[in-house]
Ligand binder design. Structure first.
Ligand code: M6R
Length: 365
């Protein structure tokens, strides 16, 4: 049931602190400050030479965030594709490859077909999936469940943050298996991930602020989302969420790509959502933000206290997130972009849980 919430989507957004904690319990030994061993059968994570990530939609964006982690922590090269493209090119899948499929439903036709193709090419198959009885779960060599519980809203929310939690744990496990993680680093990662549920709660506290500023976006015809590094896939996820449920045209862009084309779209009718936690990439993103402001773009800056203090002036609106470690920033910053899409859709009166033309599970190719 929706409980006190008006829509399943809102209920599911609010469940995130609990279901992420629930998911992390499988992957972390919090008190010991250790990663829980993964149920790897008949192969060794240390032997993984390349990771190929395949998924669709929101699950694909979770995979894009994970690419940064696999490369950063484990120094393993990563390929990533949407499932409908992966299948129809001739991907080079070599020995020692781990193919990683990410799916809420575990039934998405393109992702499943890609899984079977990768298996026929000799890849080990890892699956991050929310439905434990699904086809993909049954066909995995390494089954990595998310414990988000049933997700009813067509727009994926809690499945996404749970996928990110599992993928961070997988990246850390891969790094450990490859001897690239000292016990002190392992403890740090476990500590930061363990802080995610509380930080998600902190992010939910901005619900009302976001509802109040949703009007700025609801009147727009086009909306741009900008981010760098792991916040770039988050920008695309934000744009997908908005277009799915509010039917407003939205694009997610790497902040540094703006001046290579999309900046031509910018005028004072285009809200630009900038996802920029303070940190090493902050200054760069801010200079991209100023470029769009100079063209009249209405910026909504999502950052933390330091970021908003440093760059919030001149923005149409700011959303101040709790200060978090960069590892969990993609989970925490998912909340305001979900809430923004939700409140814009409610303001526009669309059918939030059952948007037009969309199905919860896409079982045709
Ligand atoms: O069940 P899956 O994770 O395989 O589904 C993939 C996409 O169809 C799904 O994420 C879709 O993009 C959502 N509607 C996004 O909100």
């Amino acid at each position: 049931s929706k409980g006190n919430h008006r829509h399943y989507m809102l209920k599911e957004i609010y469940e995130q602190p609990i279901v992420v904690a629930q998911t992390l319990r499988t992957y972390l030994r919090r008190l010991e400050g250790e990663l829980a061993p993964l149920p790897v059968e008949d192969f060794d994570l240390a032997s993984v030479r390349r990771v190929t990530i395949v998924a669709c939609g929101t699950s694909f964006y979770a995979g894009m965030v994970a690419k940064y982690w696999f490369e950063q922590f484990a120094r393993v090269p990563v390929d990533i594709d949407v499932a409908s493209e992966f299948r129809y090119r001739a991907p080079v899948l070599e020995e020692g490859g781990l193919a990683l499929f990410i799916s809420q439903s575990g039934e998405t036709a393109d992702t499943l077909a890609a899984l079977r193709h990768a298996r026929s090419e000799g890849q080990k198959i890892a699956v991050v999936v929310n439905v434990p009885t699904s086809t993909m779960a049954r066909e995995a060599d390494l089954l990595l469940p998310t414990h988000a519980g049933p997700e009813i809203g067509v727009a994926s929310t809690k499945a996404f943050t749970c996928q990110l939690a599992v993928l961070a744990a997988l990246a850390a496990n891969l790094a450990k298996a490859k001897g690239r993680l000292t016990p002190a680093e392992e403890r740090e990662i476990v500590r930061h991930l363990s802080e995610a549920p509380a930080s998600l709660n902190g992010a939910l506290a901005y619900d009302e602020t976001i509802q109040e500023m949703a009007g700025v976006v609801a009147v727009a015809r086009d909306v741009l989302y900008l981010g760098r590094g792991p916040d770039y896939p988050l920008a695309m996820e934000g744009a997908l969420k908005l277009k799915e449920i509010s039917y407003i045209h939205a694009e997610g862009y790497a902040a540094g790509e703006m001046k290579h084309g999309p900046i031509a779209l910018v005028d004072d009718s285009v809200p630009i959502i900038v996802i920029a936690p303070s940190g090493p990439l902050f200054e760069k993103t801010v200079s991209n933000m100023q470029e769009v402001q100079a063209r009249g773009g209405k910026v909504v800056l999502i950052s933390d206290y330091d970021g908003v203090r440093a760059a919030g002036e001149g923005c149409a609106a700011t959303i101040t997130m709790p200060k978090v470690h960069p590892l969990i920033a993609p989970l925490v910053y998912a909340v305001p972009i979900q809430l923004l899409a939700y409140h814009v859709a409610v303001a526009k009166g669309t059918d939030v849980d059952q948007p037009r033309n969309l199905a919860k599970s896409v079982t045709v190719e």
